[in-house]
Design a protein around this ligand. Structure first.
Ligand SMILES: Nc1nc2c(ncn2[C@@H]2O[C@H](COP(=O)(O)OP(=O)(O)OP(=O)(O)O)[C@@H](O)[C@H]2O)c(=O)[nH]1
Ligand SMILES: [Mg+2]
Length: 176
């Protein structure tokens, strides 16, 4: 069976741990006072793929932990807090993903919030190269989480597509 490392990033309290729990009930969360300080971990099978899910801490002071946990990821999920204003911490995540050069899916998490940041996601983040899809859902209720898993698997399949491998080889040859 295909194995994949799926890393969940996003700013503090965006809903990353909630999402991991929704996908794998009882997943490990190494936390303090409810905030992830090391990681979330759980795995599950979906459409013939074994997905190893790693949630990262969102607090800026644990950025180094995120960077270490994310190393070697195949695909990332960016949990974007759709109830709070898009700010510098979101921009830092966008930079991190762009530098990582991994394919990623945005999961815009609808939470009841003070501020409603419902501008179109592409107006907030643009159309960065790695962006594969945008799913608007809820980490807590599970709304559209199955679609997220479907999309993760379909991104993984495109990575395995031999035509993409050829393209990648050609690119690396021309860069030599
Ligand atoms: N109502 C509602 N609340 C949510 C949803 N997702 C997350 N929350 C709440 O938002 C708070 C933060 O959620 P977490 O999942 O801990 O956030 P996190 O991104 O893991 O936060 P850090 O570990 O600090 O980076 C919790 O109180 C959750 O219950 C959602 O879809 N709906
Ligand atoms: Mg967390």
């Amino acid at each position: 069976m295909k194995l994949a490392k799926v890393v969940i990033v996003g700013k503090d309290e965006a809903g990353k741990s909630t999402l991991v729990q929704n996908i794998v009930p009882g997943a490990i969360n190494i936390e303090r006072h409810g905030r992830t300080i090391a990681l979330d971990y759980g795995n599950r099978e979906h459409l013939g793929c074994k997905l190893h899910l790693f949630g990262t801490p969102g607090q800026a002071r644990f950025r180094i932990v995120r960077d270490v946990v994310a190393r070697g990821m195949d695909v990332a999920v960016w949990v974007l807090d759709y109830s709070r204003r898009f700010d510098d911490r979101d921009k830092e995540i966008l930079e991190f993903l762009s530098e990582s050069k991994v394919p990623f899916i945005v999961f815009a998490n609808i939470k009841p919030g003070v501020q409603k940041e419902r501008r179109r996601v592409t107006r907030l983040i643009g159309e960065p190269e790695g962006l594969k899809d945008i799913i608007i859902g809820s980490a807590k209720s599970g709304f559209r989480v199955t679609e997220l898993l479907d999309e993760i698997v379909s991104v993984l399949e495109t990575l395995d597509d031999p035509r993409n491998r050829e393209e990648a080889l050609k690119k690396s040859a021309s860069n030599r």
